[in-house]
Design a protein around this ligand. Structure first.
Ligand SMILES: O=C(O)C(=O)C[C@]1(C(=O)O)C=C[C@@H](O)C=C1
Length: 271
């Protein structure tokens, strides 16, 4: 089984993928690339970050999920503990994924108010920048310090702004693998409509059937200002009548647009 995830080796996505895959793992430099590879059948599984407890949604993933036909077959939740890695104590630039820079914003402002922040494709890419250039520090998992040459110093550990920092990842598969079994389900809804109470009406079918929502996000549709695509996670499986009935109502409400059922899945916690 070929799994693809965000690279290079050493990203948090790679760590999450290693926990669920015993086969080959290949790397892409963008979430869009990963989701597209799975949708087109070039890979069996993709592992992509969806949400962080400090910084919120990974918007590139939300957009990729609404643009491609894909299944979500598992959720992985993992703690994120960032280290500052560099060749020396002195540096001018901190390079990392924008999510990681944001998760450490308070620490960086307090300890390194004058450094430049450089957003790169992943935390491991930032660590590579630190290996290539002694004026650059990277933020990533501390194991990255000794996984290449030259070895890097761990300047500080646990620099995320909250100790409870955690990220959710989706394991995605080709659409034919969508499952109805699982404790959670994800939907992407484009109502293609705009009237007072629209969002309320989209959520009522779940509330009426006692289905708990665990996430609602809106993303601009790109069609016109104020026009949204909604991402909805619920704590119920598609095999349940209450979920099926709620989705049937949702589909009626979104008849001018579309509803994508990404499938039902279980959650695995990985440390
Ligand atoms: O850059 C990485 O290491 C990733 O796997 C991406 C990512 C993210 O996009 O949220 C994953 C986990 C952390 O929240 C920081 C970065």
């Amino acid at each position: 089984m070929r799994t693809v995830t965000l690279g290079p080796a050493g990203t948090y996505s790679h760590r999450a993928a290693s926990a669920v895959s015993d086969g080959e793992i290949d790397f892409y430099e963008s979430v869009h690339g990963i989701v597209e590879a799975v949708a087109e059948g070039d890979a069996d599984r993709g592992v992509v970050p969806i949400e962080n407890s400090i910084e919120g949604s990974v918007t590139e993933t939300l957009d990729a999920l609404s643009e491609q036909e894909i299944a979500v077959v598992q959720e992985i939740v993992t703690p994120i503990r960032h280290a500052l890695l560099a060749q020396a104590e002195e540096f001018d630039v901190v390079a990392s994924h924008s999510q990681a820079l944001a998760q450490c914003r308070g620490y960086l402002e307090e300890h390194y108010p004058d450094v430049d922040l450089e957003a790169v494709a992943s935390t491991a890419r930032g660590v590579e920048r630190a290996r290539e250039d002694s004026r650059v520090a990277g933020i990533g998992h501390p194991d990255n310090a000794t996984s290449g040459e030259p070895e890097l110093r761990v300047i500080a550990e646990d620099i995320q702004d909250r100790t409870s920092n955690a990220t959710r990842f989706f394991v995605v598969a080709p659409p034919s693998e969508r499952d109805e079994a699982g404790g959670k389900s994800t939907f992407v809804v484009y109502p293609n409509a705009n009237y007072p109470g629209l969002l309320l009406r989209l959520l009522e079918p779940f509330a009426d059937r006692d289905v708990n929502l665990s996430r609602v996000e809106s993303r601009p549709s790109g069609e016109r200002l104020g026009d949204y695509i909604f991402h909805i996670d619920v704590e119920a499986g598609l095999y349940e009548d209450r979920t099926k009935d709620a989705v049937a109502e949702l589909e009626e409400l979104a008849e001018k647009g579309w509803v994508r059922k990404l499938g039902s899945y279980d959650v695995r916690h990985v440390v």
